[in-house]
Structures are given as C-alpha cells and as structure tokens.
Design a protein around this ligand. Structure first.
Ligand SMILES: [Zn+2]
Length: 437
C-alpha cells in the first residue's frame, strides 16, 4: 500500500491498460468513435429517470485540500463560489489511498465495509490477493461490497456512464454502468471531456444521468516531486483548466447538471528512508502486502504485536480488534493483524526487496496516513448546479457522506450506508427533502 510512487502508479496504469474486454456480449458505441467505450444494454431510462437531474462526478487524484486556494485554481474556486466547497477540506477514509477512497465515495462505506482496504491486500478467508495491477482481480465483482452509485442508479431505471473509476470495470450489486471504459491513462485529457459531452448529447432514453470522470493528476507529480514542487503546481493548473473547460461544455448542453469535483486524498512530503518491519519482528509464516501483516495463527499475531509495540516512535501497532474506532479499520480480516499505523509521513513495509534486488529510493511525496493526525491527507470538494445552494461552505466532513447526498441529487433511494444525508443537507435547495438516508 505504500509502494514506491512510480512503481505503484505504473502498476495501476498497467492494470487498467491491459484489462481485456469482457466476454459477456458487449458492443462498442459510436458517440466518440476514437474511444473504446463499452456499452452494456441495461435498457432505456425509465420515464421517471428521464425527468431526473444529472450529476457529473469528477475526481482529481491527490488534489490536496489546500491546493486550490494556495495555487489559485481559478476554475475550482469559481465553482465553489457558485455553489458549495470545503475550504478546510474533506476527510478521506482510512487508509487515505486511491482505490479505497474512490470506492468509499461511490458506496458511502468505509473501506472495512466495502472491502478495498488498501490498493493491494490479501484475503485470509479465500487466500487470494487483490492488486490494482491485476486485471482479473480488478474486474472481479466478488472483491467489492456495497452498491456503487452507478449500480444503484441502474437498479432504479437510470442509465450511468463511467469515464474511469475504481470498481467501474466489475459487475457489482448486480449491475455494470451502461457505458464504461477499461482504464488507460494514455487517453487524452480533452477526449475524456468530449466523451462526457457526447454522452449528454444522446437521446433522452439512452442518456446517462450519473457520469464519473477521472484524472490521475496531480497525484503523480505529488509523489515524484512533492506537494510543494513547481511540477505539482503545474499539474494543479492543468487539471483546473480541464474543470473550466468541462464546466463550459456542461453549461452549453442546457441540461440541469450538478457538477461535483472531489479528490480521493492529499499528499505529504516523506520524511526519512524505508522502515522495514521484519528488522524488528520475525515475520516467518506471515503473508504480507506492503505494511499489512497476515498471521497463520492468533499466537503469531500476538507475538509480532509484542515485538513491534515498543520498537519505534514512527509507528504504533494494534491488535486488529483494538485499533482506533475512528479509523474504522478493524471489521475486516483483509486489514491483517496486528495493524501498523505510521505516526508521520514515513514509508513502512513488511519486507525489503528480495536478495539481489537493488534498493529503490522512497518517493518524495506519499499519502495513506490518518487524515485526523495529518491534515496534509485531506481531500477537496467543490460542487455547483441547479440543486445546490450558491455561496455555501462546509466544515471538513467524512467522504462517506457524499453517497446519500449524490443519490439525493439524482432522486435515487439510497440504501443505508456509513454516511448520512444530514451532513450535507444544508447545501441542498430542497434541504434534503424527506429523505432520511
Ligand atoms: Zn498516490
């Protein structure tokens, strides 16, 4: 989960790039003929769905909560002024990593409940591994719990589209998005916007009402150069400009669209070199993934807990059942036992590289840490549209609360989740209506 940045990112890109087309009778649509959009026939929009409003949900990976104001991201700040934003940031779920948080945003569940407890992890029950560089895992719905917004909408007669989003390539809760693509980060930034606009130009029966759009910047620059670097600043300016362009295109459609721009997590400058847990404890017999530890038996977990608990001020260690309640990181065996939590921007791993392999330098920037202990982990939130009150700000809130709010914007009945509509109800023109989600 805290791999070297370049490796980690390229693995994810590779994972999504090489994922093969699925065999279940899918065909290509021609809205933007240069893009391999997959079309799943979920039927036309219901009459009720056709009169619902639209939500375009954009993710800017690693866009730290303070980038917009500090680096004067004019389009994002204008969006927030026109509607709502979180000037002190939004709280990612723990761990503040890409896949767990993208999936928390669209399910309203903490990682311990939706099952993606890290970017890569082991499942002691099935003895299988999930990894973002494994197309078979990424596209296998069995790994994912909860009902992502696209599946929720599809189940209620509303069509959806995902221009990339973790989880969108798998069949989850019985559905796939009507339109989606396998991840390929080489796809041109502007082509992504053209496709979103092309979807909104489809006839009403085929037009998706919930659309996701993903950009991998400025996360990459944050890892490689650090959150304060000029390269990161340039990436912020670039994605801000894309948001401006998208907004202009959305306005030109004349449709009632709520535009919501979020990020998954922030970024911190790394301190020091690798911290390798097997230098402090005997991990013989353990399965490991990054800093996650999976014992064969409870006595092994107890032994390693004892060996690790007092050896460093750079991490704390808990038996899984005793890990801090506010982290919501104890209800799933996929998090391992014991659980090791960094106390600062440190890079922790179970093992060093295999013998004969050269040690790599740690990244300049990293995330994954507890956002309550490290404010640099906080994410961004901006939104405006016909259902959102103008000129509002919100205090930092947990990202699981986006789910009932987004469902409400779309007029969907949301199932119970870890989020509550009450948290963001004050931003809605209808005050949240009678929905008690
Ligand atoms: Zn990252």
């Amino acid at each position: 989960m805290r791999f070297r940045a370049g490796k980690r990112r390229s693995l994810w890109l590779l994972a999504w790039a090489v994922a093969a087309f699925a065999p279940w009778g899918l065909c290509q649509v021609t809205a933007a003929p240069d893009l391999p959009v997959i079309h799943v026939d979920n039927g036309p929009n219901s009459q009720a769905a056709q009169s619902a409003h639209y939500v375009v949900l954009v993710s800017l990976d690693g866009f730290r909560w303070d980038y917009a104001r500090r680096l004067n991201a004019i389009h994002l700040l204008a969006l927030g002024k026109q509607g709502v934003w979180a000037p002190e940031g939004m709280l990612p779920s723990f761990p503040s990593l890409t896949f767990p948080n993208h999936f928390s945003i669209v399910t309203g569940l903490y990682p311990e409940h939706h099952g993606l407890v890290a970017n890569s992890f082991y499942d002691p029950a099935t003895k299988a591994r999930y990894a973002i560089n494994d197309p078979a895992a990424v596209t296998d719905g069995a790994w994912y719990s909860g009902t992502p917004l696209w599946s929720l909408a599809e189940s209620q007669g509303m069509r959806t589209a995902c221009f990339f989003w973790p989880g969108s390539e798998a069949k989850i809760a019985g559905f796939r998005p009507t339109y989606y693509l396998h991840f390929d980060n080489k796809v041109d930034d502007n082509a992504r916007i053209r496709q979103v606009l092309a979807w909104l130009n489809l006839p009403p029966a085929e037009r998706p009402h919930f659309i996701t759009l993903y950009y991998s910047e400025p996360d990459h620059e944050g890892h490689e150069y650090g959150p304060e670097a000029t390269e990161t600043k340039a990436a912020v300016a670039k994605v801000d400009k894309l948001v401006g362009k998208l907004k202009e295109g959305l306005e030109a459609t004349g449709l009632p669209i709520d535009l919501v721009v979020v990020s998954d997590h922030g970024m911190a400058k790394v301190q020091g070199g690798w911290i390798t847990l097997d230098q402090f404890a005997d991990l013989t017999g353990f399965e490991t993934s990054g800093s996650l530890l999976y014992p064969k038996a409870d006595e092994d977990a107890a032994r390693v807990y004892d060996q690790l608990k007092k050896v460093s001020s750079q991490f704390v260690v808990y038996r899984r059942k005793d890990s801090p309640v506010e982290l919501h990181y104890r209800d799933n065996p996929r998090v391992g036992d014991p659980v090791v939590i960094a106390t600062g921007p440190f890079i922790i791993r179970a093992h060093g590289p295999p013998e004969g392999k050269v040690e790599s330098a740690p990244p300049v920037g990293m995330h994954g840490y507890d956002p309550r202990a490290m404010p640099e982990m906080k994410a961004s939130f901006f939104a405006a549209g016909p259902d959102i009150l103008p000129g509002r700000t919100v205090r930092p809130f947990e990202n699981v609360n986006l789910y009932p709010w987004l469902a409400h914007l779309l007029g969907l009945n949301a199932p119970k989740s870890d989020g509550s509509l009450n948290i963001l109800a004050g931003t809605l023109r209808d005050g949240g209506g009678d929905a008690g989600n």
